[in-house]
Design a protein around this ligand. Structure first.
Ligand SMILES: [Zn+2]
Length: 304
């Protein structure tokens, strides 16, 4: 079971994203565990268990994808569904700051529906600092989130991938394996066999192993015949990008009449961030300032 490791943070500590590669196969991977960053995302919400597990898996997946794809900016993994799980949004920046939010119907409807991914779509969006935006999409057909993401990688990135995800109230975790392209024909046939074998072995990973087992032991358990190089983990943390300017933009987009009505009703206008629960308050003077010089900005009224 030769799994080589560098020095440092390779043990069980959470909130780390690890890269690894197979020394003798064109396969690479990432392994992530979210602890404090995951709990920070859910501490202000009372999500039903099924929603919380789905969001945890989505956040682990977003972190894995941020590790695997080359970009600068922010990656969003978004599930939109006409079913009881209305929205699942998990985001990770290229610096591995994560956040996430879910919207859903009452718990009884969720329980009755059973499969939360029966219909709707899964979108992966990458927003770059210069304003470039890339989006890929796959329909949801009842497969687990991991399977839909494998389909996304196959279709949009031409990267055959295997993904295993798990989440509890305490921790979210994920394993991503990806096949790297090889040039010559003969090597490709061998790589096909190896990739099949790796996929079958990855499918034996149990959720409790993914959540709890030290990374080195986990890779050794799954792939006992392969030489794997496991790299030191890079930290993943919870960070929200909400700001007073963004909230001001949302209020401007709502329009003067609407905001004045809110002001008249309550004395001030409070907008609470869905991701981090921070409250942004605007009093009468602030509101007057917003609409005196403003040309309304384009902003999503709900999520910013
Ligand atoms: Zn926030």
């Amino acid at each position: 079971m030769p799994v080589a490791v560098g020095t440092g943070r390779w043990l069980m500590s959470g909130d780390l994203l690890h890269r690894f590669l197979f020394e003798e196969l064109p396969v690479r991977g990432h392994l992530v565990r979210l602890d404090a960053s995951w709990r920070a995302a859910v501490e202000h919400h009372a999500y039903p268990r099924a929603v919380s597990d789905a969001l945890g898996e989505a956040m682990a997946a977003a972190a894995l994808m941020a590790g695997a794809l080359k970009f600068e900016g922010r990656l969003s993994l978004q599930v939109e569904s006409p079913g009881p799980l209305k929205l699942l949004l998990a985001q990770c920046t290229h610096r591995h700051a994560v956040r996430g939010v879910a919207r859903h119907e009452p718990a009884a409807d969720l329980a009755e529906a059973g499969n939360l991914f029966a219909s709707g779509r899964l979108a992966v969006t990458i927003e770059q600092p210069e304003g470039d935006r890339y989006q890929g999409m796959v329909p949801l057909t009842g497969a687990p989130l991991a399977a839909s993401l494998e389909q996304y990688f196959e279709r949009s990135e031409q990267l055959p991938s295997r993904l295993v995800l798990a989440a509890t109230a305490e921790r979210a975790a994920g394993l991503l394996l990806q096949r790297v392209a090889v040039g010559d024909e003969g090597a490709r046939a061998d790589a096909d066999d190896a990739w099949l074998r790796i996929g079958l072995l990855a499918a034996t990973l149990r959720p409790e192993e993914l959540l709890e087992m030290p990374c080195r032991d986990l890779l050794g358990r799954l792939f006992p015949e392969d030489d794997i190089r496991l790299f030191e983990g890079t930290p993943v943390w919870f960070q929200c990008s909400c700001s007073r300017e963004r909230v001001a933009g949302i209020l401007q987009a709502l329009g003067g009449d609407e905001v004045q009505a809110l002001l008249a009703e309550r004395g001030d206008v409070e907008v609470r961030c869905e991701f981090c629960n921070r409250a942004w308050r605007f009093d009468a003077v602030d509101v007057a300032g917003l609409f005196s010089t403003a040309s309304p900005q384009q902003a999503s009224p709900a999520i910013h």
